[in-house]
Structure formats: C-alpha cells, structure tokens
Design a protein around this ligand. Structure first.
Ligand code: NAD
Length: 512
C-alpha cells in the first residue's frame, strides 16, 4: 500500500486517493490538473498580475495581514488537515506549520516594502547620471513543493512571491495535497484579488506541465532527482529557478561542547518530523575526548522519545513516515551499515505494533564514510555518530559529501564555532543550535553542491522574485557624450589621457 494510490480513470484524467500514514484509512480523493488546466491557470494569473504588480506594497501587505488573521482563526482546521496527512503530533504541526506561517505573513507584510523599495544608487564613475534600481515583479511564479512541510512549504514562498508583486501557480505534493490546498483557501478568504493564486493538485506530470507551461520563474522544493529535471527544463527555457533540494547535514561536536545541550540538539535535529526534514542532523562527528559521554547522553534521550500518531494530542514525540517509501531507504541504510560493521546503540528496526510506517529512532556507532548512511540522504529517524581525532578531521569529513545544505557546530567557544562554520561547504551553519535557519526569515536559506541553487528567505530570497531593473538617467542634457560617434583621434587622445589620470595617479582613490 502506498500513501497515494491511483484510482482507475474512465475519462483519461489521473485521479488519486490519499491514505492516512498512521493506519492507511482513506483521507480523500483528488483529480490531477491537466496540462490544459495548468495553461489556463497561468493565463488567468498573468492577466491578474498586471494590476497586482502595480498595487502598492501597503495594499499587498493588507492582504497578508488579513491572511494572518485567517490562519489564526482557522488554525485548528489547518492543523486537523496537516495532522491527518502527516500523522505528526499537534505540537510538532504547530511548530512546523502554524508558527512559521504566522511569522512569514506578518514579517513579509512589513519588510517586503523596505527590501524591495526602489532606491537610488550613487555612481562612482558616471557622476553625471542618476541611477535608480527598481525591483520589478517577474510575472507568474510556479511553486512546486514536497510533502514534508505540506502547508508552510507552499505558503512561505507564495507570501514572498505575492509581496513582490507576482501571481502564483502552486502545485503541492500529491502525497499531502489537502494541506497545500489550504494555502489557496486562506488567501481566498483573505480577499486576495481573484486569479492571482491558483493551487493545482496533481502529481509529477502536473508539476512538469507547470515547469514547461510558460511561467516566469520556478521555485522548486524537493528531491535532487526531480530538481535536476526542473533545473534542466528551466535552463532550456532560460527562466530562473530556485532549487531547494536534499541534504546530509553534519554536526560537529568539539571537545569543549556543552554536552547536555549538544546531545539535546542532536536528538531534536535528527528526530524532529521523524527525520523527514531537509536540514535534519544526518551525521555526527564527535571529538574523541567527549565521544563516550556525548553518545551516552544521546542514547538516553533517544530512549526517552515516544512514538505515536493519529490522536489529536501532543503527547508523543515522533509520528510515522509521511511517505511510506521512505522507510525502505531508512531500512536499507541501517541494514547495510550494520552489515559493514556499524553498531546499533538504540533502535535499528521497524517499530513493533505501530504498523508499517514507523521506524524506531535509531543511533548508530562505528560508522564510516563507506556507508550510505554517512553519504546519502536518509530522511528518516537515524543518527550515525562517528568519533574523530580532531576538529580538523571533523571539518574534512563534514565536507566529504555531495550535499551542502546546513551544518551545526557545538562548542563553548562561540568564535571558534563560527570559525569552524566558515570552513564548511554548507548553505548555512548554526553554532550551538539546530534546525533554526529556515525560521530566521532575515537570512537566506539555500544549499550548495547538490543541495540546490538559489535561496528562499532573506533579502536574496525576496529579490529572487523580482528583476532588479536599473534606470539610469542623464542629468545634464549635453548635446553629446565623449564616446559617441564620430570616433576621432582627438577624442581618443582625450580618453587615453583620462585613463592615465583616473587610474595612474592618486586620483584613483576617488574612484574606488
Ligand atoms: P520530489 O522531488 O519527489 O517531489 C517534489 C515535488 O515535485 C512534488 O510536488 C512532485 O509532485 C513534483 N514533481 C515530481 N516530478 C516532477 C517533474 N518531473 N517536474 C516537476 N515537478 C515534479 O520530492 P519529495 O519526495 O516530495 O520531497 C522530499 C525531498 O525534498 C527531500 O530530498 C528533502 O530533502 C527535500 N526538501 C528540501 C527542502 C529545502 O528547502 N532544501 C525542504 C523540504 C524538502
């Protein structure tokens, strides 16, 4: 049984039924948007965008504030759907979906105006010109999202794209379609002008139709394999894209780390959302001086984790696999690691009596970089711990990876922690903290290497939904410029003299 199953079709349209990850009970059915539906949505969005692109930031912000009020008023409805689709606890669903949704709406409503305000730029050389940079909306943004943060992954980029003056066509994961659909309902209730946001349910084919449908940018979050296809298509079409892909985040525990905090951070970082988090802590490098004490604390904390799901309470820590296929990857990584000499300290198998979508929170020791569990994204509740001789070795091993999304460093010497962080090939680094970067809306969130291209959040993320258009205006209205036709020996001599004065004398300083 998969969590999303095709339903036989009589009219050629693809339909699916989704099932609870907790007990397999049916959750709902949906029909996939066809290529024609996608084309129609893009055409309507393109028309609606014209007025929205001209609307003031204040007018756009007003819609975001109303959407915030709707999210707060409908918090329980959103949680209900998210919890049914993911099996997560109420606490985790609130932390991962509601809290950041409120923050994104509130933050971008105000900050977008400041970040995207048209501004003048003093020109160092062409001082007789006036320059301004306008952040113009791109047009229609296609947003494609995964299942592991089914509401927030759709809402957050949508807020940013809309605040930047764009229209949006959002295609949520087929695994968790109804959480994604809520994003559309929230904005509709908030009075977003009609036609500006379309949430199209569908599978990979629908996603492909959106990528190829003539949008002005794709904001994709998902796996490396799909990201490559999306990136290739955007490259062919010469449209920009951001690709927020997988990760294998390292954690470096230095000899002077606060072991209680580091162990807590490791367990939260690795087992939050059942490990189905792009920036999960997926491997630990701990200094030999503290390895035993750190590992003992981790094991103790993992043994205390409770596994549950389904009930509308918050009295369990870890839910099931949202996407059942994931359990096979986890099983394979653990089994092969054990065959190659890894030791299971806790867990190491599917959870008894909890159904087929649970896996015991697992800690592995004696792991090496020959094992998939240390090199491939596991995306499940597994924490492999490797003992290292020095911080230098930890940095080398942390960088010995094809991914580069996040990383964490744990030490009482914060400056040293930041120094180590700067040596890591990762999109972001946390010192003495875990899994916070996506929630820090001021900073860009994105990956290096196979973890992706571009960023969401931060100035870079917001500006990524715009074209930065310089407007340069001549100030003095001279009849002609020195370098215009006709080219003459006299002009050339003047130019050569100018080059000599400007960069061959102390005058150069004025042009720095
Ligand atoms: P996925 O690549 O299977 O699917 C992601 C989305 O792409 C879905 O909506 C899917 O329908 C769509 N899709 C599938 N084929 C497509 C195609 N050919 N063209 C266009 N769209 C297509 O990923 P997933 O399994 O849903 O998500 C898990 C992955 O997402 C993990 O690797 C995780 O690390 C990553 N992720 C990354 C971030 C980040 O910010 N870096 C955040 C969350 C998840």
């Amino acid at each position: 049984m998969a969590q999303v199953e095709p339903i036989p079709s009589i009219d050629g349209r693809r339909r699916y039924q989704t099932l609870s990850p907790v007990d397999g009970a049916p959750l709902g059915e949906f029909e996939c948007a066809s290529a024609q539906d996608v084309a129609d949505a893009i055409a309507i969005a393109r028309e609606a965008q014209v007025a929205w692109g001209r609307a003031s930031f204040d007018a756009r912000a007003e819609v975001m504030r109303r959407a915030l009020a709707v999210v707060m008023a409908r918090k329980d409805d959103i949680l209900d759907i998210v919890m049914r689709e993911t099996g997560r606890s109420r606490m985790e669903s609130t932390v991962m979906e509601i809290f950041p949704a409120c923050d994104s709406l509130n933050f971008h409503a105000r900050r977008a105006k400041k970040i995207l305000a048209e501004r003048s730029v003093g020109l160092h050389l062409l001082r007789h010109k006036r320059a301004r940079i306008a952040y113009r909306p791109l047009g229609v943004i296609g947003i494609i999202t995964p299942w592991n943060g089914p509401f927030i992954m759709g809402l957050n980029p949508t807020v940013q794209a809309l605040m930047a003056g764009n229209a949006v066509v959002l295609k949520p994961s087929e695994v968790t379609p109804f959480s994604g659909k809520m994003v559309g309902e929230i904005f509709e209730e908030a009075g977003l002008p009609p036609g500006l946001l379309h949430v199209l349910l569908g599978d990979g084919e629908t996603g492909r139709a959106l990528v190829e449908g003539g949008v002005d940018k794709i904001s994709f979050t998902g796996s490396v394999a799909t990201g490559r296809k999306v990136g290739a298509s955007c490259g062919q079409q010469l449209i920009p894209c951001t690709l927020e892909l997988g990760g294998k985040d390292p954690m470096i525990v230095c000899a002077d780390a606060d072991l209680e905090r580091a162990a807590g951070g490791a367990v939260f970082g690795a087992f939050m959302n059942n490990g189905q988090f792009c920036s999960s802590t997926e491997r630990v490098y701990v200094h030999k001086a503290v390895a035993e004490a750190f590992t003992a604390k981790v094991v103790e904390k993992v043994q205390a984790l409770t596994v549950g799901g389904g009930a509308a309470g918050s009295d369990f820590d870890m839910g099931p696999f949202i996407m059942p296929r994931q359990i096979e990857t986890v099983d394979r990584h653990v089994t092969r690691a054990v065959e190659a000499g890894a030791r299971v300290l806790v867990g190491g198998k599917r959870a008894g009596g909890q159904g087929r979508y649970y896996y015991e929170p697992t800690v592995l020791a004696d792991v090496t970089h020959d094992m998939e569990v240390m090199t491939e994204e596991t995306f499940g509740p597994v924490l492999p711990i490797m003992v290292v001789e020095s911080e230098r070795e930890a940095v080398r091993l942390a960088n010995d990876c094809k991914y580069g999304l996040g990383a964490t460093v744990w030490t009482k010497d914060k400056q040293r922690g930041e120094q180590i962080g700067r040596q890591l090939m990762s999109g972001s680094v946390c010192v003495n903290d875990s899994s916070v970067t996506y929630g820090a809306l001021e900073v860009p969130f994105g990956g290096r290497r196979e973890s992706g291209v571009g960023a969401v959040n931060g100035e870079a993320g917001l500006k990524g939904y715009c074209h930065a258009q310089p407007v340069i205006t001549d100030r003095f209205g001279l009849k002609e410029e020195q370098v215009w036709f006709p080219y003459t020996q006299k002009k050339l001599t003047g130019l050569e003299r100018a080059i000599k004065w400007m960069w061959g004398t102390p005058l150069r300083k004025l042009l720095e």
